[in-house]
Design a protein around this ligand. Structure first.
Ligand code: HEC
Ligand code: HEC
Length: 416
């Protein structure tokens, strides 16, 4: 990415962070600043677009501005919210920082969320003055999640259901006991199933976005983010999040706080983000590590290549790309079971995290690395050792690798 492109990418966020940094440094509060995520290193951000026509570039740039815009009460923020803009949590379009972690609660099986009347499914832990802070109702289990990679999500969206089903079918005979399945979930009425959707016949569709793969497409993801993360209503989700502790009736649907044109430009921005591409592909150690990755069974779930179906955006149409996910959910064992779920995933089941952008993560997570759904793993090795359940056999093989294979594998992972 050229310095000019980088400047365009998240300009407002960068300006805000820079000003906060200067103010805090001058005030001598550097110890306090350490708690804040540092400014992403310019060479590590993934905010650039795929090849677009000039008209598409204009729309991408509008979406980019909105993605990094900061919302205030005057522009619809709240009254309950988690953060003030998409770019606060997705500042580099790579993995987010635990500083902006969010909490979901209220669903522990496939029967749906029992705490919707008490503010479920998401805790809005910030509120405008005059409103009571939300709390997790007693009896509700909860889960914390940090922001996943947003670069390349348009490619993930364009993978046909048939390809996801083929990967699940192949799992049925996997000798390591890998048994991934798609997350079938109800989709909201404003979402139009894609032409190649393979529904199950009970009104549920294969979903793919989010840590639990419970969200159907990018429109649903973005409309929900505006609503649940920022308290911003749209024609798609016309009601603000509600706090039962305030004893107020849920707000009536007024004029949407984000119009469809703006919201759809943000969908377009996400959809047209480039894929994070592997570096150092010619390096012998990287090649050795890639072979180890496949030979010890990592690639069963972290699928090295997927292919998109037709897309009206040429750059996304019939493309082979390397996300290192199968878009299926897998039982990761009791260590990663936090008692909360979405759709038909069990509480211990998580979508295979795409591994692209992994080597760039420390550059955007403030020099450290925070992996797995809640950022609990502080190194790549730790993340692998926390794999249980269906991934236990593969993680066991990792543990028994020779020093040379182990270090080659890590070098390979850092090249992603
Ligand atoms: C408070 C932090 C936060 C804010 C603000 C936020 N997100 Fe996210 N985003 C997340 C988290 C956490 C997830 C994973 C959620 C889940 O598992 O369902 C996510 C998931 C996503 C995904 C799906 C990625 C994938 O591979 O599944 C997209 C796309 C996305 N967000 C875009 C946006 C957009 C656009 C906005 C603004 C309208 C936004 N987000 C605002 C934290 C945030
Ligand atoms: C059974 C499927 C499966 C297998 C096999 C598997 N993984 Fe994973 N992996 C996952 C899932 C699911 C997650 C996300 C878990 C979570 O978010 O808590 C994940 C997460 C990760 C992460 C963290 C990524 C991030 O962005 O947070 C790394 C690194 C990783 N796996 C590497 C490996 C390696 C290396 C192997 C082989 C030794 C492997 N995995 C084998 C399913 C698997």
């Amino acid at each position: 990415m050229s310095p000019f492109q980088w400047l365009l990418c998240g300009m407002k966020r960068k300006a805000t962070l820079l000003i906060s940094f200067i103010v805090l440094t001058i005030a001598g509060l550097s110890s306090c600043y350490k708690m804040l995520p540092q400014m992403p290193d310019s060479t590590n951000t993934l905010c650039g677009p795929v090849d677009l026509s000039s008209a598409q570039s204009v729309l991408f740039s509008q979406g980019n501005d909105q993605f990094f815009a900061i919302r205030t009460a005057a522009t619809g923020l709240g009254p309950y919210f988690v953060s003030t803009g998409c770019g606060e949590c997705h500042s580099s379009d790579n993995r987010g920082h635990p500083f902006t972690i969010l909490t979901r609660f209220g669903q522990s099986d496939t029967t749906g969320n029992k705490f919707m009347a008490e503010g479920g499914p998401q805790l809005q832990n910030a509120n405008l003055p005059g409103y009571a802070p939300q709390q997790i109702p007693s009896g509700a289990t909860s889960s914390k999640m940090i922001a996943p990679v947003t670069a390349g999500v348009g490619f993930l969206e364009a993978v046909p259901d048939s390809e996801i089903l083929a990967m699940a079918a192949a799992n049925l005979t996997n000798p390591d006991g890998v048994r991934g399945h798609p997350n079938y979930n109800i989709i909201p009425s404003y979402v139009t199933p894609s032409a190649n959707a393979v529904p199950r016949g009970d009104g549920k569709y294969i979903c793919r976005f989010g840590r639990k793969a419970s969200v159907y497409d990018l429109l649903q993801q973005v409309a929900t983010a505006y609503n649940h993360d920022m308290g911003i209503t749209s024609s798609y989700m016309p009601f603000d999040p509600y706090n039962y502790l305030d004893q107020m009736a849920p707000s009536s649907a007024g004029t949407p706080e984000v119009d469809n044109t703006t919201l759809n430009s943000v969908v377009f921005y996400c959809r047209c983000l480039q894929t994070p591409n592997q570096r150092d592909t010619g390096n012998a150690t990287v090649k050795q590590g890639g072979q180890v990755f496949t030979s010890i069974g990592c690639a069963t779930c972290h699928q090295p290549t997927l292919t998109t179906g037709y897309s009206p955006i040429d750059a996304l149409s019939y493309q082979t790309f390397s996300p290192y996910t199968d878009l299926l959910v897998h039982d990761m064992g009791p260590g990663l079971d936090d008692g909360y779920t979405e759709g038909n995933a069990k509480t211990s089941e998580w979508r295979t995290a795409p591994l692209w952008g992994l080597g760039l993560a420390p550059g955007v997570q403030g020099g450290n690395i925070y992996l797995l759904h809640d950022g609990r793993a502080h190194s790549i090795e730790e993340a692998i050792m926390m794999h249980g359940g269906e991934a236990a056999v593969s993680a066991g093989r990792f543990n028994n690798l020779s020093a040379s294979d182990r270090s080659a594998l890590i070098t390979f992972l850092k090249s992603l």
